[in-house]
Design a binder for this molecule. Structure first.
Ligand SMILES: *[C@@H]1O[C@H](CO)[C@@H](O)[C@H](O)[C@H]1NC(C)=O
Ligand SMILES: *[C@@H]1O[C@H](CO)[C@@H](O)[C@H](O)[C@H]1NC(C)=O
Ligand SMILES: *[C@@H]1O[C@H](CO)[C@@H](O)[C@H](O)[C@H]1NC(C)=O
Ligand SMILES: *[C@@H]1O[C@H](CO)[C@@H](O)[C@H](O)[C@H]1NC(C)=O
Ligand SMILES: *[C@@H]1O[C@H](CO)[C@@H](O)[C@H](O)[C@H]1NC(C)=O
Length: 463
């Protein structure tokens, strides 16, 4: 689906008073066996295929924002170039420009080799998508081999088709014979994959397979990655697959409202649809990734709100706590050097999230998220998170906040630790301010207004 980049800007928090409810999820003192390893670069950014040149050439603030993340990672942010427009784009080796709209079909695009030079210019791990929807293997292979010659060092994986489950249902595309169910799609993807692998000529696995719009069966025999792994792909195709991929959009109507959409309990329920798929991919030794994430594929207004930013932080942390799973969406809250582990230690059935990050088997960061909604008018509710079982160490906290759940960066910048990101060049403005958090014999209380997130650092260095 079209992926939209949300920069989140910021602002200083004004704690307007309100009644405070309390929630209490004990901190597991020792590393729970369910804790998942954190990838060193768990979150990447997905660029819509036909907007990639414009992002790269003309939207410098995006790259400045990504540099801030790269600094936290110690590596460039991984990216994906794909989306529905990859299946509407033809390669023209002779075209010297960026990309243009086909004059005979305004949905269609034509691009040239420069598309791939821009990948080398970036120089970070890239998942690159090619067109399967138009059923022109020769053109897609020619494009892929051009990408190989121009950007091989950065090609982490290649997608043959984006959201093939919609080729027929939405587009009535020629590749799709009705009803384009899982057996038809699985067979087509297996054939393309094998033919691609034969021509690609490298022994290491390179494909990101699946790329389905949602992980649930929207109709009988809906295409899915379990079917690819268990039935459609033989050993030779499976060996060429590096990762299995699904997209994560809200499984609700497009008229769904932000107050319901941003709820932690809803995020947990949506992501629970991935549990079996993660296990199936793991059973064949492959990671399972979320290639796109957002509220709704076609409705980007909510994604641009601060409530959307709060939700994507929650979704990202919950996803990584479920196993080696990375979402491609924006999050500046997640810093994860190797050997860290994360566990979701909340109940998953209310609006309050608590994630504990462990290092050397000891809790050293707790992320608290209050996904309650605040319109910007009237009273803003507050919730006290009571943390127990903390080591007897100094605590400090960074708060992510904004004036409301509905606000966008055009109106008011959100802040993290009192710092904002300028809307023009994504420059970090202001000084970082940590809050002190008292630790009374292993118990601490942190108050979060509706739509705020706080990282509590358990300060081993100060012990
Ligand atoms: C970048 O901006 C320039 C100047 O506005 C414009 O001519 C060019 O077409 C843009 N390039 C892309 C890829 O959007
Ligand atoms: C998919 O549709 C085809 C054509 O109608 C049919 O032969 C096949 O059995 C279907 N597959 C599944 C898994 O339902
Ligand atoms: C594996 O499946 C692909 C795609 O259907 C097919 O082209 C290939 O011949 C198969 N390989 C073997 C060894 O059966
Ligand atoms: C919420 O989750 C907790 C812990 O998993 C459970 O004890 C409680 O019954 C659940 N509450 C509801 C309303 O489902
Ligand atoms: C401190 O916490 C420990 C462990 O929870 C408890 O046994 C002890 O009674 C507490 N001491 C005080 C003074 O509250």
């Amino acid at each position: 689906m079209q992926h939209r980049y949300n920069s989140f800007g910021v602002l200083a928090s004004a704690l307007i008073g309100a009644r405070a409810e309390a929630v209490h999820y004990p901190i597991p003192t020792t590393l729970p066996s369910a804790a998942a390893s954190l990838d060193t670069t768990p979150v990447g950014l997905s660029f819509e295929f036909d907007v990639w040149p414009r992002y790269k050439l003309n939207l410098s603030h995006v790259w400045q924002c990504m540099n801030h993340v790269a600094e936290l990672y110690g590596a460039k942010m991984p990216i994906r170039i794909g989306g529905t427009s990859q299946d509407r784009s033809a390669y023209d080796a002779a075209y010297d420009g960026d990309i243009y709209v086909d004059p005979t079909d305004d949905l269609h695009r034509v691009y040239g080799p420069k598309h791939f030079d821009l990948i080398s210019d970036y120089g970070g791990e890239t998942i690159l998508g090619f067109n399967r929807g138009d059923n022109d293997f020769t053109n897609s292979l020619e494009a892929a081999l051009a990408a190989k010659s121009r950007a091989l060092d950065y090609l982490w994986a290649i997608e043959l088709g984006n959201e093939p489950d919609i080729y027929y249902s939405v587009w009535g595309k020629p590749v799709a014979t009705p009803p384009w169910n899982k057996s038809q799609e699985g067979e087509n993807q297996a054939q393309w994959s094998q033919a691609f692998l034969d021509a690609w000529g490298e022994s290491s696995s390179i494909l990101s397979a699946g790329n389905y719009a949602v992980p649930i069966e929207l109709m009988e025999a809906y295409p899915n990655t379990d079917y690819l792994i268990n039935t459609a792909f033989n050993d030779s195709v499976k060996a060429g697959v590096k990762a299995y991929c699904t997209h994560s959009y809200a499984l609700s109507g497009e008229d769904a409202e932000l107050p319901d959409e941003m709820k932690h309990s809803k995020t947990v329920a949506d992501l629970s649809n991935f549990v079996e798929k993660i296990a199936t991919a793991k059973s064949v030794g492959r990671p399972y990734i979320i290639g796109e994430a957002g509220f709704h594929g076609l409705e980007t207004k909510q994604d641009a709100t601060f409530g959307g930013a709060v939700q994507i932080v929650d979704k990202t942390l919950h996803a990584v706590s479920m196993g080696r799973l990375s979402t491609e969406a924006t999050s500046l809250l997640l810093r994860s050097p190797a050997r860290e582990r994360i566990v979701a230690s909340d109940s998953g059935n209310d609006t309050y999230a608590q994630y504990v990050v462990y290092k050397r088997n000891l809790p050293y960061k707790v992320v608290l998220i209050n996904t309650d909604y605040f319109s910007g008018n009237g009273e803003r509710t507050a919730t006290v998170f009571r943390l127990t079982g903390l080591p007897p160490l100094t605590l400090k906290a960074l708060r992510m906040t904004a004036v409301s759940s509905e606000v966008t960066v055009e109106d008011s910048l959100p802040s993290i630790g009192g710092q904002t990101f300028s809307d023009d060049e994504c420059t970090i403005l202001g000084d970082r301010v940590f809050e002190d958090v008292g630790n009374l014999n292993g118990t601490a209380e942190v108050t979060l207004m509706a739509s705020e997130a706080v990282i509590v650092y358990i300060d081993y260095d100060c012990a």
